[in-house]
Ligand binder design. Structure first.
Ligand code: COA
Ligand code: ZN
Length: 306
């Protein structure tokens, strides 16, 4: 069985955009429940301005309560200040954010594209020197809400810059959920040829109900690492029209049905969906959830269901 690694970004990408503010203690509960369900990686916080993203306040309090050996925990960071805060928290993996267009960088982190490239390069270099694992998001990778379609060549050249600086991985993010599988095939075929599949990860949003189809296409291109968000929580506050992320439970269901190994316990994952709903105080969940609950009821928790 081939293994696919899922990084749950719900505690960061999910909660940053939810109307409900979830306390650091409750975010820790959610993260620990994800790890207990078998998630090998979780993006737990972002070290960003609390004025820009109030829901991520208390990131250091979240990290302080985690058993850092329990999973591959990472933090998203927008600038050197965020990096310093992340390093001080003890987290071992950081993700810089490089949007593919000029306007998206301005809207998201108030920097030009050139400035963002140089800041990301400096952070990646510093993180590597400090013994942390640096990753790089290349976001709005197919379509930007401000500038429209983004050429694949732009994504390749930004990824190239991040790898050259020492990034261990580039996460290609369809931040607004604008991509279709034909575009994903073209983009990932190009990137896999240039860099190899094992240093790439894919991040999809489900705005047009194509996230799962896009994930399958990326898988066909050889990608074996994905971001997904428990219950499909998520969206970027600075990217108008972006809906939730690909739901972790939907991706796990697809992968298990197709014969891939994830190490994730489907029943425990469905219980985490309930916890997420309790924390954000509204109903959440991926599209396969009702079916999964039905299967689990039938199999009496023996874990046959996808
Ligand atoms: N963490 C916490 N605080 C930060 C910070 C960080 N990484 N970077 C800057 N700040 C603080 C500064 O200390 C300053 O505080 P003060 O007003 O109390 O003096 C304030 O934020 C403004 O700093 P400045 O450098 O002028 O930043 P800015 O106003 O140009 O905002 C960002 C830039 C990057 C800090 C802000 O846009 C941001 O945090 N964006 C996050 C976007 C995001 O998370 N998007 C979703 C994920 S892709
Ligand atoms: Zn996202």
């Amino acid at each position: 069985m081939e293994t696919v690694v899922i990084n749950d970004v719900g505690p960061r990408d999910g909660l940053q955009n939810d109307p409900t503010a979830v306390s650091p203690d409750d975010r820790v509960r959610l993260i620990n429940a994800l790890v207990a369900a078998g998630l090998p990686a979780v993006e737990v916080v972002s070290f960003v301005s609390p004025k820009a993203v109030p829901k991520m306040a208390g990131a250091d309090q979240v990290v302080a309560q985690l058993d850092l050996d329990a999973a591959d925990f990472s933090a998203l960071i927008p600038n050197m200040k965020g990096y310093e805060l992340a390093k001080a928290s003890g987290i071992r993996s950081v993700g810089v954010v490089l949007s593919a267009t000029e306007t998206m960088n301005q809207k998201n982190i108030n920097m030009s594209l050139d400035k963002t490239i140089s800041v990301c390069r400096d952070i990646v270099t510093q993180a590597k020197a400090d013994g942390l694992t640096p990753r790089a998001y290349v976001s709005v990778a197919v379509e930007c809400p401000y500038e429209g379609l983004v050429p694949d060549s732009q994504i390749e050249s930004l990824a190239e810059i991040m790898f050259a600086a020492g990034a261990a991985e580039v996460i290609v993010a369809d931040t607004i959920g604008g991509a279709n599988p034909a575009q994903i095939k073209a983009l990932f075929t190009r990137l896999v040829t240039a860099f190899g599949a094992n240093v790439l990860s894919a991040h999809f949003h489900d705005t047009r109900a194509l996230a799962l189809a896009n994930a399958w296409q990326a898988l066909e291109c050889g990608i074996r690492k994905f971001d997904a968000s428990i219950s499909g929580l998520g969206g970027c506050p600075f990217a108008p029209g972006a809906a939730g992320n690909l739901a972790t439970e939907d991706l796990v269901s697809l992968l298990h049905q197709a014969g891939f190994h994830t190490g994730i316990d489907s029943k425990a994952l469905v219980d985490v969906v309930d916890l997420a709903a309790e924390l954000v105080q509204h109903n959440v969940g991926g599209r396969s959830l009702a079916w999964q609950r039905n299967q689990l009821a039938k199999t009496d928790s023996k874990g046959v269901a996808a």
